[in-house]
Design a protein around this ligand. Structure first.
Ligand code: ADE
Length: 229
């Protein structure tokens, strides 16, 4: 079974709507919908924005369902060179840009227990998503680092700092946390994000204007890729 997590209704509604033989169950305040998409057994959840919501959702999903791969789908701010609104980013790894114990250990974003900054995504699943995206999608598709934090990034300097610190191509609020929980549970994960803004001074205007159509791009990619994963 494949677990699919999005933060906002617009990021998952297009998937829950097409689940065949759908069954819903609430755990920890999150509704998990189980069924088939494109013939593949899936459980789909809308976790709510931010790292804590995403972590609770991922852990509950992994404890409740026999999930062999978790995919985080949704939108992100594009902060890499050449990453534009409407583009897709498939994560090669995730970081948490707001996790900082560097005054103690000298390394920004170093996650305890895992002892790594970049949590790598599953290479086979990410390769499949990337190939599929390049085949079905006419826009730009990048493989890169997705940076997660409990902040909506809406300033050029802030975005440039995240880019500079972590070499990130996209910023969002859940992927790093989902990746951390999956890594702790030794479950493969992947992240696909469509770009809704640039995390810059225009982000609070661009996000509401483009989030819905961007989210739909990730959903369309997933529908095509699921049988290949
Ligand atoms: N998701 C989409 N755009 C974002 C941004 N600018 N910051 C954080 N999360 C986002």
């Amino acid at each position: 079974m494949i677990g699919i997590i999005g933060a906002m209704p617009v990021e998952v509604d297009g998937l829950t709507a097409i689940l065949n033989e759908k069954q819903g169950e609430a755990v920890s305040g999150i509704v998990f919908y189980q069924g088939k998409i494109s013939g593949v057994s899936c459980v789909v959840a809308c976790c709510g924005p931010g790292k804590v919501n995403a972590a609770v959702c991922t852990q509950a999903m992994l404890m409740r369902y026999p999930v062999s791969l978790v995919i985080n789908t949704g939108v992100a701010g594009g902060i890499g060179p050449g990453v534009r609104i409407g583009d897709l980013v498939v994560a090669e790894g995730v970081v948490q840009h707001d996790f900082d114990t560097s005054p103690l250990d000298g390394v920004k974003g170093l996650l305890p227990v895992l002892n790594e900054v970049v949590v790598p995504t599953d290479q086979a699943a990410s390769d499949t998503l990337l190939q599929c995206a390049r085949r079905v999608y006419d826009g730009n598709v990048t493989r890169g680092i997705v940076a997660t934090g409990d902040q909506f990034i809406s300033g050029g300097e802030q975005a440039a700092k995240i880019r500079g610190d972590f070499g990130a191509d996209a910023c969002e609020m859940e992927g790093g946390s989902i990746g951390q929980v999956c890594a702790l549970n030794k479950i493969p994960f992947a992240v696909i994000r469509a770009i809704s803004d640039h995390g810059d001074d225009e982000a609070s205007v661009d996000f509401p204007a483009f989030a819905s159509q961007a989210a739909q791009k990730s959903i369309e990619l997933l529908k095509t890729a699921l049988p290949l994963l």
